[in-house]
Design a protein around this ligand. Structure first.
Ligand SMILES: [Zn+2]
Length: 285
């Protein structure tokens, strides 16, 4: 769900992932710390993805490092469809405590956020060092450094036997109503933004994941003292992947025959692995 605070030149998004999160996590057999990391990443991806104006555009978030316990995390969003996976070293992870820090998981890494615009075919990518106490903090610095947009992100994840729930809030300051234009510098101390950041920052962990508190009620609770709050419905979120036999056949058809011959196994099939679904496909190509 989206909202704007016109008088403060601020806009925001709130999401809550319930069964869709369980469906994505169910494709992988991850230990708790990695499930938590992926849930956080998917929530952020859903929030940033919902900022796309282009309905068929794609948002990809990728965190990467060379020698980290996690060496690759990928999530993407397209038209309400979410997917993601984490590549990690389970043995080294087992030696960490229950709540490893972002640095303990990744070491020196970087965060890349890519916007693919379907209508124009344009691609925009920003890359920043993976720094801060959490993925949410790293994304806040991405927006400050790469887009010069003051941004606040709050993410909460709760996981128990009934399943996982994640909630997220993103709020941004678009000074003078500018939308998407590059600014010369980022002003984090603008009085309008300081005010909005205090209100948004008061969102509590339990409110973000409370299934009995609707997203609209949460927005109202945070910003009810503002003169005007405009609420915009968001796209429903689903688990979505583009992997299918037909898709891989089409991809393989673009390779020269001699390359395809090298990829074939003894049975004459090409084995393709979808990391998002933890699934192998046998393609006759
Ligand atoms: Zn897949």
């Amino acid at each position: 769900m989206g909202f704007t605070l016109p008088a403060r030149h601020a806009r925001g998004r709130v999401v809550r992932l319930g069964p869709v999160l369980d469906r994505i996590l169910a494709a992988h057999d991850y230990p708790p710390a990695i499930r938590h990391l992926l849930a956080e990443a998917l929530t952020i991806t859903a929030l940033i993805g919902s900022l796309l104006k282009d309905g068929d555009g794609q948002l990809t978030m990728q965190a990467q490092t060379e020698n980290g316990i996690v060496d690759l995390l990928v999530c993407d969003y397209r038209a309400g469809e979410l997917r993601g996976y984490v590549r990690h070293d389970a043995e080294r992870l087992a030696m960490l405590g229950a709540n490893p820090s972002l640095y303990a998981l990744f070491g020196q890494g970087y965060l890349a956020i890519t916007f693919d615009m379907a209508s124009s075919g344009e691609r925009y990518q920003g890359i920043v060092p993976l720094e801060g106490g959490s993925l949410a903090e790293a994304c806040e610095s991405y927006f400050a450094q790469s887009e010069q947009v003051p941004t606040l992100l709050r993410i909460a994840v709760r996981s128990d036997r009934q399943g996982a729930v994640a909630g997220g809030l993103l709020v941004q300051h678009l000074a003078e109503g500018e939308d998407g234009r590059q600014r010369l510098h980022v002003r984090m101390d603008h009085p309008e933004w300081e005010h909005v950041a205090v209100l948004a920052g008061s969102a509590r962990h339990d409110e973000l994941v409370d299934p009995d508190l609707s997203l609209e009620a949460l927005i109202w609770r945070l910003f009810h003292e503002e003169g005007e709050v405009r609420v915009l419905p968001g796209a429903p979120l689903t688990r979505g992947c583009r992997c299918s036999i037909e898709h891989y056949q089409a991809v393989l058809a673009k390779f020269p025959e001699e390359d395809r011959a090298e990829m074939r196994n003894e049975a004459g099939l090409v084995i393709v692995d979808c990391a998002f679904c933890s699934r192998l496909f046998e393609i006759s190509a």
